[in-house]
Each structure stands twice: as C-alpha cells, then as structure tokens.
Design a protein around this ligand. Structure first.
Ligand code: SF4
Length: 328
C-alpha cells in the first residue's frame, strides 16, 4: 500500500506553502493525474487539492484580452460567451478534446499539464521508457509508433503532446501565468511546452512547486476566420493523429495575419513563423497553403508506423486554412 497525504488548500498562497517538495502534486479535475496514479505511473506522497482556491473566473483584461483562471473547467471555458465570440478557435479546440464528462471535470491548468499517452509510458508493464524510467531506453522507437512524433523528437523520446487546447493556445500566442516560491512569472506558450531532448521526463518549463494561476489571451485578432481541424481514428474521445489550429485575418481576400499550429506531431504544439509569413500579403489559395504546409513540416522524420503523418499534416493544414478562409 502506498500512503498519500491529502491536503486541501484554501487559497493560492496556501497551496504554494503545501507544495514545497518534489513528491507533491496539485490536483484539480484529476482527469489525467488519477489515471496515472491508478496505473502506478505517478506516485506522489502528497496531494494538494486546489479545487477551492478560486482561480476559476474568466474575465476581460484591461488591454482587451481575456484571462482564464487555471481552475476554469474545460466545458465552462468552451461555452463562455466571451471565449465563443472572441476566441472561437479555443472553443473549437476545447470541444474537440476528450468527452463531455471529462471536459466537465478537467481544468485549463490541468489540460496544459497533461502528460503524453504513449502506451509504453502509461503502462508500467513495459520496462523501457525514458520518460517514466530515465535511462531505460525508448520502446516506441522500435515498437508501435503510429501515434508518435514526426517533428522535434529525440533519441530519448518520440512522444507527442496530447492536448487540443494547447494547440489553439499556441496559435493565439497565449501567455501562461505561474506563481511559485520565488514569485510570479509569465510564460509565453512558445516556451511553455518543451521538446524531449535528453530529458524527456518533463513536458513543460513549469518548475516543481509552481502553480499555474491563469492563461492570458491577447486582444482578439482572429474572431472570424479560424478553424480547428482534428484528424483522429474515431469521431470522438480519441487523441489527434494530426490536428491544425488555423487563424487568419483577411482584408478583401488578402491574408493580413496568419497563424498555424500543429498538434499530434511533436512533444509540443508545433509552429513555424516562416510558414505563416508565406501566406501574408497574398490571397488564400491552396497552392500557397500547400507551400506553407511543406515549410511547416520541414525536417519531419517518420518512424515505422507513422510515415503517413507527414503527408496528413500537410493536407490537414491546407484543409484547415481553406475552411478558416471560408468562415463568414
Ligand atoms: Fe517513453 Fe517517450 Fe519512448 Fe514513449 S516515446 S516509450 S514516452 S521515452
């Protein structure tokens, strides 16, 4: 039997005081953490319940942006009037993730922190996984790797980030607000998730003892022409083989701004500013979108079972851009 201390925090400062060591985990919705604990992947000695510390509000910022509290539920966020009207890309991505029951429980902070679903990581029957057992090797490289990365992988790990929401947040240039023992800091989405490199054990730049307090969205520039396309093996409750968050600002049919982020292809949402720049100043046409998509996946490297993802990612990008451009 593995004993776990349980503490209920009353406010963010209390939560931080209770989480002073590396064996403590914050628990909000618990939709990922509890699964990992039941499987023996996560073995915290202390759980700090943060469900009653506030941080669930969604409110306008003085600069015209929006602050989403870390404890806001995925369903509440996706259905919030300001999110739907100003950041429809985020609402679409949230509703593409998981199931209604999970979205009702899962929080925005937890969604950001969710861990890869590589089968060799989530099943302790496998004894080779650098993410779970550092130095043991990566079973996926020679094993079943249909769902795995084609971009940014390392010798140590080829897992992908499973979050739909994070792909939209990356496209929208969101900023994650974090509180910690050494004060508060802001982490742009571009720096929030990390590539596996030689240390695949962690997926984010959040440090032990730090608590996500909110996600800030900059003033809306993409209210009309956005599309989140998720390609998966079944219509719901499945992780993306490839997903695309596309956002455009159009004037008289000409692209003034473009954002493209890919999901399901790397250890973090994948953006390539040069690919977006290729669209700016031109009419949105498939040939140019195809060129942007090719740039987006430049350097892609496939494994035994996932070669199809390189072409799929490009076709999905062209399709998502076309649909974003068509939205009235
Ligand atoms: Fe483990 Fe990463 Fe390899 Fe999967 S891909 S087996 S998570 S090291």
């Amino acid at each position: 039997m593995h004993a776990i201390d349980y503490e209920r925090a009353t406010d963010p400062a209390h939560a931080l005081r209770l989480a002073q060591d590396q064996h403590t985990r914050f628990i909000g919705g618990g939709t990922n953490l509890l699964d990992l604990m039941k499987g023996g992947v996560e073995r915290p000695l202390r759980l700090v319940d943060i469900t009653r510390i506030g941080l669930a509000d969604i409110a306008e910022l003085g600069n015209g942006g929006l602050r989403i509290g870390a404890l806001a539920r995925n369903s509440d966020t996706a259905n919030h009037a300001l999110v739907r009207s100003r950041y429809p890309l985020l609402a679409q991505a949230l509703l593409a993730g998981a199931s209604p029951q999970l979205r009702n429980m899962a929080t925005i902070g937890g969604n950001l922190m969710q861990r890869p679903r590589c089968p060799y990581f989530v099943d302790t029957a496998f004894d080779m996984c650098n993410k779970r057992l550092p130095g043991s090797g990566c079973a996926a490289r020679e094993g079943y790797n249909r769902m795995h990365a084609i971009l940014g992988a390392s010798e140590a790990c080829i897992a992908v980030n499973p979050s739909d929401m994070s792909v939209a947040l990356a496209a929208l240039d969101a900023v994650v607000q974090v509180a910690g023992p050494r004060g508060n800091r802001s982490i742009p989405m571009a720096d929030f998730h990390r590539l596996p490199g030689t240390q695949p054990q962690s997926e984010t730049t959040v440090q032990p003892g730090e608590l996500i307090t909110a996600v800030d969205l900059p003033p809306p520039g993409f209210t009309r022409h956005t599309y989140y396309l998720k390609v998966r093996d079944r219509a719901s409750y499945a992780f993306a083989l490839v997903s695309v968050a596309a956002a455009l600002e159009l004037a008289d049919g000409v692209v003034r701004q473009a954002r493209i982020a890919l999901g399901g292809v790397a250890h973090r949402p994948w953006r390539m500013p040069a690919a977006e720049a290729l669209l700016v100043g031109h009419r949105l046409e498939d040939a140019r979108s195809r060129a942007a998509a090719a740039l987006l996946v430049r350097g892609a490297q496939a494994f035994k079972d996932n070669r199809f993802k390189i072409e799929l990612a490009q076709r999905a990008t062209v399709s998502a851009l076309r649909r974003a451009g068509e939205v009235a």
